[in-house]
Write a protein that binds this ligand. Structure first.
Ligand code: GRF
Length: 207
């Protein structure tokens, strides 16, 4: 049984997609053991509580300096006994000490087709503003393993979404969530939970 620690920052619709997939059997061999947020106001925490999942909140401002936060987050994840850390709408930059402790065991959902519209500062609505400004006809979402960079780890799954005439960033964000994020994040977890993924020389192999 793959134990998941899910890190959130906002509404938690990606967390909800995971919970729903476990409930309906699309995800097998996995369970969410903890939900960790960097914001006490994140509705994702309500979703976790409704599902009876232990929650925790950890914010940088609770700690005198960055390394204290980094170590506290690492400790929290180790204590959760998670096998896989899932960044689901998580806006926290994952410290190197956590990446080192969970090699190829952290995944992130990014709301664009990496390497497009990603990297430092590209998150949430900004990603869709950039896609619309560039005039792409197709965008989508990516699930990737987290390495020491920002959105640079090995790509596990991607799904395309059509950009339509007159799209606003908000409308496009919603379509990408509905038609891509909420589908490929559970799919990625299902693949990992059932031993169908390997990372070799920085590339993902389906086994
Ligand atoms: C969404 O834009 C998602 O693409 C990004 O974080 C935002 C909120 O996601 N990963 P959620 O509803 O909190 O899962």
């Amino acid at each position: 049984m793959l134990k998941l620690a899910v890190m959130v920052s906002g509404g938690g619709t990606n967390l909800q997609a995971i919970l729903d997939a476990i409930a309906d059997g699309s995800i097998t061999n996995a369970k969410v053991v903890q939900v960790i947020s960097n914001s006490t106001k994140a509705y994702a925490l309500e979703r976790a509580k409704k599902a009876g999942i232990p929650t925790a909140c950890i914010t940088r401002k609770q700690y005198p300096e960055p390394d204290a936060f980094n170590q506290a987050l690492l400790q929290m994840l180790l204590e959760s006994e998670a096998d896989l850390v899932v960044l689901a709408g998580c806006l926290v930059v994952i410290p190197q000490c956590v990446v080192d402790a969970f090699p190829n065991r952290i995944i992130n959902i990014h709301p664009a087709l990496i390497p497009s519209f990603c990297g430092t500062g590209c998150y949430g609505l900004k990603v869709h503003e950039m896609a619309l400004a560039r005039g792409v006809r197709v965008t989508g979402a990516t699930v990737h393993f987290v390495d020491g960079g920002t959105d640079t780890g090995p790509i596990l799954l991607q799904k395309t979404v059509e950009v339509q005439q007159g799209d606003t960033p908000e409308v496009l964000q919603r379509r990408v969530m509905e038609q891509a994020e909420w589908i490929i994040l559970p799919q990625a977890i299902q693949m990992i939970a059932n031993g169908r993924v390997q990372v070799q020389d920085g590339r993902v192999l389906y086994t």
